[in-house]
Design a binder for this molecule. Structure first.
Ligand code: HEC
Ligand code: HEC
Ligand code: HEC
Ligand code: HEC
Ligand code: HEC
Ligand code: HEC
Ligand code: HEC
Ligand code: HEC
Length: 436
């Protein structure tokens, strides 16, 4: 009896020494996964979680314990992290990032594109999985066989190292804030702010030299709520006081389909825009974000200097809207004169920026994009690109202190687009006359 007790004590002590007091189930995860997925275990072992005994099963549950029951494993979403990191989760929930999935799904285009690019987490879904999904959305995804990438928190501090230092590196933002319609990475990294950051990293500037990165301006003090004054689309309510700018804005809002082009009244889309907080809806809401940004700039620059810079950005937006509205008008007139015809799924006989690049699609027939018929005309493609790519670069480039993006990739391309649209419209009118 006594020797049995001693034996038990012996095994107990050994297991504590070997496994640091972890449960057998948890330890089995690690032992087996050292063989199955050694990289994951390595990554976890360098994390603060490993240090604090937050083991595999804390996040993945204990349902799966062998190769035969893999489908019983839990793939944890943000709510799991919230159990221990409530503060960051609550901040995240107040900010824009939580709307990624919802705003993507609010667009008609999303539902006619290949699932691999959406649910599958590449394409739109590869960046917009930064966002909280509803239970119904998660269920649909699982049923379709796509069950990964449901966690937003591991977009900046990637699994399984879950490192704060990594998330503080501007390269943590690069995958998503780059490219076609939001090249903040390219703009920042080649601006003086960015090039100083890289010079400092290479040891070519002293450690204390100042060089603001994305997080300094958009996550000050580690605040996980983020939002800017103008936002992505650069629209705001109420309309500007300047009468011409107000008119140009109305034209843009019509092309976004949030105002009815015939009556000027709000449409159902405006509600969708409000739901994902796509636009600031009051002057105060806008001003609050702008003032917050000015406080940040003022840590290094004089407030006067910084305000002048941001005011010029607003002014460039006003000028870009002038070009934009002229271009929309030209295409709208083609609809009015029957030269362009309303497509079956188009809400109005008016250009529609939510149709994206598609040459054709029909919500009723998801394969219709293959037919290439009845879709966006070339002139509308040019108009779309003018809006989605070049107009945004004009002010995004300005706000990120990038001369080349603001001019060559932004403003200059807008003037080129407008010229092309004028010429295409003339050709289309001439062709219509001949046909008659
Ligand atoms: C006896 C070996 C074994 C044990 C014990 C084990 N696993 Fe696994 N686990 C596997 C194998 C095999 C796979 C499949 C790997 C693959 O697809 O390449 C897997 C897959 C997984 C996956 C990925 C599932 C997916 O859908 O991709 C997770 C997460 C996971 N295990 C967590 C755990 C946790 C947590 C524990 C402990 C509670 C555990 N495992 C215990 C063998 C094991
Ligand atoms: C702090 C929470 C947390 C801990 C601890 C944790 N994981 Fe994970 N794990 C995640 C998250 C989040 C995902 C991604 C879920 C998704 O795709 O939606 C994931 C995914 C996985 C996957 C499947 C995806 C892939 O990249 O292959 C495997 C395998 C896995 N974990 C293994 C492990 C193992 C083994 C351990 C312990 C050594 C562990 N995890 C510990 C949070 C955790
Ligand atoms: C059961 C509690 C628990 C859960 C669940 C949990 N964590 Fe943690 N996490 C901790 C503890 C404890 C620390 C260490 C805190 C410290 O060092 O101050 C930590 C630290 C962190 C850190 C800071 C690491 C660093 O480099 O300083 C990050 C980031 C983090 N967790 C992210 C996550 C994410 C993302 C999830 C969900 C996938 C998650 N955690 C789930 C308990 C948890
Ligand atoms: C996984 C992709 C992804 C990563 C990584 C990412 N973001 Fe985002 N970010 C998005 C998406 C998607 C949106 C738009 C969300 C929506 O649909 O409302 C967004 C929106 C924003 C906005 C709000 C702009 C506005 O409308 O006012 C800011 C600011 C921002 N991100 C900053 C950052 C910073 C800083 C980092 C790095 C620390 C970062 N993001 C990392 C995908 C990402
Ligand atoms: C490379 C990553 C990436 C891809 C791919 C991507 N997006 Fe985005 N999307 C973002 C980021 C980042 C933002 C926020 C940019 C900003 O504020 O300047 C954004 C903004 C948006 C917004 C506006 C959200 C808001 O409230 O301001 C919508 C809607 C949207 N994307 C839909 C889509 C759709 C639909 C697709 C695919 C056709 C797509 N996105 C592809 C990263 C991406
Ligand atoms: C020096 C401060 C600063 C840095 C560094 C910075 N931004 Fe910005 N960002 C701004 C300002 C200013 C705006 C415009 C705010 C407004 O609307 O008033 C902005 C706007 C944005 C927006 C909304 C759309 C737009 O571009 O106008 C996103 C998204 C964004 N930044 C992401 C990033 C990312 C990602 C990085 C790093 C690659 C970054 N920013 C670096 C100051 C900064
Ligand atoms: C857009 C990128 C981004 C996303 C998404 C993100 N984080 Fe963070 N996180 C950061 C940055 C940057 C820091 C470092 C903040 C600082 O110290 O200035 C950080 C720090 C943390 C820390 C450490 C806090 C501390 O001071 O020790 C925790 C914990 C954490 N995040 C949890 C989460 C959780 C939970 C989520 C999901 C709800 C999440 N993060 C999503 C960028 C992000
Ligand atoms: C952490 C310090 C820091 C912050 C915060 C900061 N800057 Fe800078 N900024 C610098 C430094 C350093 C330079 C390079 C030296 C110089 O030209 O003054 C610079 C350069 C500039 C330049 C000149 C770029 C060029 O092409 O020469 C502009 C414009 C500018 N910043 C505007 C802003 C605005 C607007 C904000 C706020 C949105 C801001 N900065 C935030 C440190 C900062």
């Amino acid at each position: 009896m006594k020797s049995l007790n001693l034996l038990l004590l012996f095994f107990f002590t050994i297991s504590i020494c070997l496994f640091g007091g972890r449960s057998w189930a948890e330890e089995e995860c690690i032992t087996c996964h050292k063989k199955v997925t050694p990289g994951q275990v390595k990554d976890w072992s360098v994390s603060k979680h490993a240090e604090n005994d937050i083991t595999c099963s804390v996040c993945h549950g204990e349902g799966h314990t062998s190769a035969k029951d893999i489908d019983k494993v839990v793939l944890p979403d943000e709510h799991k992290c919230a159990e221990c990191h409530e503060e960051q989760f609550n901040q995240f929930k107040r900010g824009k990032h939580q709307f990624g999935w919802t705003s993507m799904n609010a667009l008609p285009i999303t539902h006619v594109e290949p699932d691999e690019l959406m649910e599958g987490g590449r394409g739109c879904g590869g960046c917009h999985n930064m966002g909280i999904k509803t239970e119904a959305q998660k269920k649909e995804q699982r049923e379709k066989g796509y069950r990964y990438q449901n966690n937003s928190c591991d977009e900046c501090h990637t699994r399984h190292s879950f490192s704060k230092k990594e998330a503080l590196d501007p390269r943590a933002c690069q995958q998503c804030h780059m490219g076609y319609d939001h090249p903040q990475w390219e703009m920042w990294s080649s601006s003086k702010h960015g090039s100083r950051w890289f010079a400092r990293l290479a040891g070519n500037l002293p450690k204390d030299a100042q060089a603001p990165k994305c997080q300094d301006c958009h996550m000050p003090g580690g605040d996980h709520e983020n939002r800017t004054a103008w936002g992505f689309l650069g629209v705001r309510l109420p309309l500007p006081e300047d009468p011409q700018w107000a008119k140009d804005r109305v034209m843009i809002l019509k092309a976004l389909g949030v105002l009815n082009p015939e009556t000027g009244k709000p449409t159902a889309r405006l509600e969708a825009v409000k739901a994902v907080r796509l636009a600031r809806l009051t002057q105060e809401e806008w001003q609050k974000e702008r003032d917050r940004m000015l406080d940040i700039c003022s840590r290094c620059h004089s407030r006067k200097y910084a305000k002048t810079q941001l005011d010029m950005g607003d002014e460039m937006m006003r000028k870009a809207d002038r070009l934009m509205a002229q271009a929309i008008q030209i295409v709208a007139d083609l609809y009015k004169d029957g030269i362009l015809k309303k497509r079956p799924n188009q809400p109005f006989a008016f250009p529609d920026f939510l149709y994206f690049m598609r040459t054709d699609f029909s919500a009723a027939d998801p394969t219709s994009y293959k037919t290439m018929a009845n879709g966006l005309t070339h002139i509308e493609q040019v108009l779309f690109e003018m809006y989605m790519k070049h107009r945004m670069r004009t002010y995004q480039g300005f706000f990120h202190m990038n001369p080349d993006y603001a001019y060559w990739y932004g403003w200059a391309m807008m003037t080129k687009d407008l010229g092309e649209i004028k010429e295409l419209a003339e050709q289309m009118r001439a062709a219509a006359k001949v046909e008659k």
